[in-house]
Design a protein around this ligand. Structure first.
Ligand SMILES: Nc1ncnc2c1ncn2[C@@H]1O[C@H](COP(=O)(O)OP(=O)(O)OP(=O)(O)O)[C@@H](O)[C@H]1O
Ligand SMILES: [Mg+2]
Length: 235
């Protein structure tokens, strides 16, 4: 029998802002090289949770393990160096640099030509490799930023609403390329777009008022009465 050790393991993770509890007792395992989705209404605590995993925010209580290393409370820089890369909710790229230059600046180690080509093709930017970032349309800026995170050759890729402001076609293309990362990198993606989450076929966890109310396959989530009540809306 093989036992899969979770790559990222959260135990009773909580975060308060003053007396307000934004995240309460979240316990969840993210296996190696799996796709995972976090959904939930506005203010559910999704970004707060991601911010704690990447070290932008300290945990108030609970533990976060990356492999056998405890990372709750580590600095963001140190966590990034361990192999956890993150794309923020608002795109931040180097506007005056080309796509390829943006990747080189983000890379933790020099990227080989093959690695660079692979990242370019993964995020659909091969034809735009020499385009200045500021000239890219919004959708491609989002992809550029995902490519920048991949340039760090991370073990875990955290994405906060990567399809915000994207067209239907761009959203579909994004879920297609994220699916190709299965087996290569552990992806944790926060999303609002249900069509996207359905397409992704990822392990899905639902946050509501800072608590996990359901966790499982998208089919499980979609058929969960509590989730339908608070989030998907009963028809
Ligand atoms: N730095 C902060 N100080 C005080 N309250 C905060 C802070 N950051 C987040 N909150 C509060 O915590 C709650 C969770 O916020 P969070 O940004 O994690 O939600 P979210 O699920 O990402 O929402 P959205 O879908 O709108 O992005 C919200 O009520 C928010 O106002
Ligand atoms: Mg958010």
């Amino acid at each position: 029998m093989t036992v899969t050790i979770p790559l990222l393991s959260l135990r009773n993770v909580s975060r308060s802002f003053g007396t307000f509890k934004a995240v309460t007792d979240v316990s969840e395992d993210f296996g190696p090289e799996e796709l995972n989705c976090i959904i939930g209404p506005n203010g559910a605590g999704k970004s707060t949770l991601l911010n704690m995993i990447c070290g932008t925010l300290a945990v108030s209580s609970g533990s976060i393990h990356f492999g056998d290393e405890s990372i709750g409370g580590m600095s963001g820089d140190k966590i990034a160096r361990l192999g956890i890369a993150r794309k923020f909710q608002v795109p931040s790229v180097f506007p005056s640099l080309s796509v390829v230059e943006n990747f080189h600046v983000s890379a933790s180690n020099a990227l080989s030509a093959n690695e660079l080509d692979e990242i370019l093709s993964t995020v659909n930017l091969s034809v735009d490799r020499d385009t200045t970032a500021s000239e890219l349309p919004h959708g491609k800026k989002q992809w550029l930023e995902i490519g920048m995170a991949l340039s760090m050759q991370p073990k875990v890729l955290l994405l906060d609403e990567p399809t915000a402001g994207l067209s239907v076609d761009e959203t579909r293309a994004t879920s297609e390329f994220l699916r190709t990362l299965r087996g290569k990198v552990t992806v944790v993606v926060i999303e609002h777009d249900m069509a996207f989450v359905r397409d992704l076929k990822a392990h899905t966890m639902v946050l509501h008022h800072g608590k996990v109310i359901a966790s499982g396959s998208f089919e499980d989530i979609e058929n969960n009465d509590l989730v339908r009540d608070v989030y998907l809306g009963r028809r």
